[in-house]
Design a protein around this ligand. Structure first.
Ligand SMILES: C[S@@+](CC[C@H](N)C(=O)[O-])C[C@H]1O[C@@H](n2cnc3c(N)ncnc32)[C@H](O)[C@@H]1O
Length: 262
């Protein structure tokens, strides 16, 4: 089971570090609630194998669906099938290469991830946010970290009210509402400085954040959640790239102040 602890945030107004009330809890790797997966697997198996008139007549029930086992561990779920169509972000070898595996994942984390160089600050108008620490800079193109959380069945996405979900196509939903790492605090902006990618490292599915530009010290890390996120959430984006609340991609950017140069 993934280790948990609590997040600390710096309150700029009170100039004090405080513990953010739980949830969320801090994770070092994604976690999976086995009961939830067992129930989802059972439900989808019974939906597939329920004998309709036609299937009963033919006596053909889906054996595969009936025998499908729920994942036991997060790592099992995130493992992707070896294939020459996917490339590891660390070794750049195709996924069916024997030398690519868990060591690529460990090395990639060690070489790139900047979690220790990030501060959580807030609460502010958008709740908490993630910032580079004083003196820390991140180069354009650098991978910052992996988005982790509770791994939920894909089917749960539509009915979920969580505003912390990423979908890994054909795999699962990563939901960081109750638990995750610092990336769960990354707010949305129409002027993003990072972008999340669904990719592969060491035969594992990952969602990784990559810098879109050089990021300076004490700068907020932000990405563009996209219009669909705000439509599902039922509120508009309040980022400061625009004068008023808006849906990403819809409104004109902030009007230039009188006298400002092009
Ligand atoms: C993934 S969380 C980001 C962390 C969050 N600020 C917190 O304190 O937990 C997404 C939530 O942050 C807030 N948020 C982030 N970016 C926003 C934006 N551009 N406009 C309005 N709300 C935003 C919304 O409440 C949204 O549901």
């Amino acid at each position: 089971m993934a280790k948990t602890s609590q997040f600390k945030a710096y309150d700029l107004r009170r100039k004090k570090l405080h513990t953010i009330s739980s949830p969320p809890v801090k994770l070092t790797q994604s976690r999976l609630e086995r009961g939830e997966w067992a129930a989802a697997t059972k439900a989808s198996a019974s939906a597939t194998t329920r004998p309709s008139k036609v299937t009963k007549k033919r006596g053909r029930f889906s054996k595969k669906a009936a025998t499908k086992k729920p994942p036991q561990r997060a790592a099992d779920l995130m493992r992707c099938a070896a294939s020459d169509e996917i490339e590891c972000l660390h070794c750049n070898k195709p996924g069916d290469d024997q030398t690519c595996g868990v060591s690529c994942y460990r090395e990639f984390k060690k070489q790139h991830f900047v979690g220790k160089q990030i501060d959580i600050r807030g609460p502010g108008p958008m709740g908490y946010g993630a910032y580079t620490k004083p003196g820390v800079s991140i180069e354009n193109g650098q991978y910052l970290d992996e988005y982790i959380g509770d791994l939920r069945p894909l089917k749960s996405y539509e009915s979920s009210s969580s505003l912390y979900c990423f979908v890994i196509p054909q795999t699962c939903v990563v939901d960081a509402e109750k638990a995750g790492n610092w990336t769960r605090f990354v707010n949305s902006s129409c002027k993003p400085n990072v972008k999340p990618w669904a990719d592969f490292v060491g035969k594992r599915h990952v969602i990784v954040f990559q810098a879109l530009k050089d990021i300076g010290p004490e700068e907020e890390i932000v990405f563009d959640y996209g219009k669909a996120y705000f439509e599902k959430a039922g509120f508009e984006c309040a980022c400061d790239a625009h004068d008023r609340r808006h849906l990403p991609g819809q409104n004109e950017p902030k009007a230039k102040k009188a006298g400002s140069r092009r």
